[in-house]
Design a protein around this ligand. Structure first.
Ligand code: ADP
Ligand code: ZN
Ligand code: MG
Length: 492
């Protein structure tokens, strides 16, 4: 049967490092790049008798994420031990949450701009969100690196707060999975919950996938793909696995619930274990940690919860008359949206679209060139407002203002106005520049054939004059003023 005769059912479990200064149950520093095995203590080394203390910042951030995604916190949330032989977790249990996680239900919006480019045409308008099952908080294990004869282990990561976001089996295509992951990532960064950088392992994903004949209610047996660390790997492994399962089902081979690994080099999944030899974790409530009453957190959580990207985008479209595309670029990162709004404040009276153009067309290419984020860039919202004003006040043409921007990048302590002056761009309005008037009058008198062309409606001829005047002024004159002057001298 063709793949189109099957329903694809996908559920994702995303592990996300919560951005806190200290670990989940001790005061050791979190963070990337410290000397190995230096951020450790008896608690995160799992030494006998060490007692955990809850990191309230991690709890709060998880509740904020839940609030942004429309989850409901249970009144009381509690901690459980998941028992297992972990080579990278010497106490041999992980402190996690089983039946009373911090957040229940909720949904993640699927943003159109987060679909792979070539599949935008296939977006299903009836599928605006992916439903969540729950979000819980747990501790990360240490990081092990394996060699032929031995393994090395770094406990700096052990005990880092880890949020697990589990979807319902609600995803229907690999493309939806991609949009889900990118949209989730975008929202987590917006909320300051996590930097969610997959390359740094701050976001990792388990993929569950099964097929069933189209329309059948009962789900097929799920296959779990463990620990994928890039969105490309999620998409590729899903394609592979959907094909593999379809071929086996076609051949009458029933699937059994199992766990597989994705081999990126070979581009295939390989069986790790089946349900029969799945681990029994013997969960029980953690006797060392008190349950959490969530209500006292909620006032603060609500006040710290930022506007969601799609709400911000809609507000930009309505309030600032931006088009969809501009608004989605500006809202792709909270820091860019904030920069835009600050620029608007500095540029009272300037059309928001003009400010948006400066940020999207000029500033973004400046920072992309140097691989910077907007917060690292030396150009400020005041600069951007200043540039837009230079053009609006006819001090500079657009191209001249771009020169000002380049100069500002080297001398950010200056204002846009000051740099424009240094570069010789002067305020002028049509009619008040005698020198310009006389250059133009001379040119018009010397070129009666071109004048006739302009009068005949040929605007290219007018551009030729503008070019000549620009040359005569060594690029300092304002082309808009020049063409206004030409037209007024010709009585047009
Ligand atoms: P387990 O108890 O094995 O962890 P869960 O029921 O907790 O299984 O589900 C884990 C993930 O697998 C969830 O994201 C869920 O949506 C997804 N899932 C559950 N059943 C299926 C299925 N038949 N096909 C695909 N995904 C599934
Ligand atoms: Zn510690
Ligand atoms: Mg589960």
């Amino acid at each position: 049967m063709p793949i189109s005769s099957y329903d694809i059912v996908i559920g994702l479990e995303v592990h996300c490092q919560v951005k806190t200064n200290t670990k989940m149950f001790c005061s050791c520093a979190t963070g990337f790049g410290a000397q190995v095995n230096t951020n450790t203590c008896p608690v995160c080394l799992g030494l006998p008798g060490a007692l955990p203390v809850i990191n309230h910042e991690a709890v709060k951030k998880t509740l904020i994420a839940g609030h942004m995604l429309g989850c409901h916190p249970p009144k009381i949330s509690k901690w459980d031990r998941k028992n297992y032989f972990y080579p990278d977790m010497p106490k041999n249990y992980q402190t996690t949450q089983l039946d009373l996680p911090l957040c229940i239900d909720g949904e993640v919006p699927l943003y159109a701009h987060n679909y792979p480019k070539e599949s935008v045409k296939d977006i299903d308008p009836n599928k605006p969100v992916i439903k969540l099952d729950h979000i819980h908080l747990e501790e990360d294990v240490a990081k092990s690196t394996h060699f032929n004869q031995h393994s090395l282990i770094d406990f700096n990561r052990a005990g880092t707060p880890l949020m697990e976001i589990v979807t319902m089996p609600d995803i229907e295509t690999p493309e939806q999975a991609v949009s889900y992951l990118k949209s989730l990532q975008q929202i987590l960064i917006y909320g300051g919950i996590s930097d969610a950088d997959m390359e740094k392992g701050q976001l990792r994903c388990d993929v569950n996938v099964s097929l069933k004949p189209k329309g059948q209610v009962k789900f097929g047996e799920k296959i779990e793909l463990k620990n994928l660390n890039s969105i490309t790997a999620v998409r590729k492994s899903l394609y592979y696995e959907i094909n593999r399962q379809a071929q086996e089902l076609d051949a009458g081979i029933a699937q059994i619930q199992s766990t597989r690994r994705w081999d990126d080099e070979l581009g295939e999944t390989q069986l790790m274990r089946t349900k029969e030899n799945a681990d029994d974790y013997r969960y029980f409530s953690c006797p060392d940690l008190l349950p959490i009453a969530t209500e006292p957190f909620m006032e603060e959580v609500k006040s710290l919860c930022p506007e969601l990207p799609h709400h911000k985008q809609q507000r930009f479209i309505t309030d600032f008359k931006l088009n969809d595309y501009d608004a989605s670029i500006l809202c792709s990162e909270r820091s860019i949206a904030d920069f835009f709004e600050l620029s608007l404040e500095q540029g009272a009276g300037i059309e928001p679209k003009k400010i948006a153009n400066w940020i999207i067309n000029e500033l973004m290419s400046l920072i992309n060139k140097d691989n910077l984020s907007i917060t690292q860039c030396v150009i400020t919202p005041t600069h951007i407002a200043g540039l837009a004003r230079l053009v609006q006040d006819n001090i500079c043409s657009n191209n001249q203002a771009k020169e000002v921007l380049q100069a500002l990048a080297d001398s950010p302590e200056k204002t846009a106005e000051a740099v424009a002056k240094e570069l010789g761009f002067e305020a002028a309005s049509a009619g008040d520049n005698a020198e310009l008037e006389s250059i133009i009058a001379g040119l018009l008198a010397d070129n009666p054939d071109k004048v006739a062309e302009i009068k005949g409606g040929n605007t290219k001829a007018a551009n030729w004059f503008t070019g000549q005047v620009m040359k005569a002024s060594q690029g300092k004159a304002n082309p808009k003023i020049i063409s206004q002057t030409i037209m007024s001298q010709l009585g047009l």
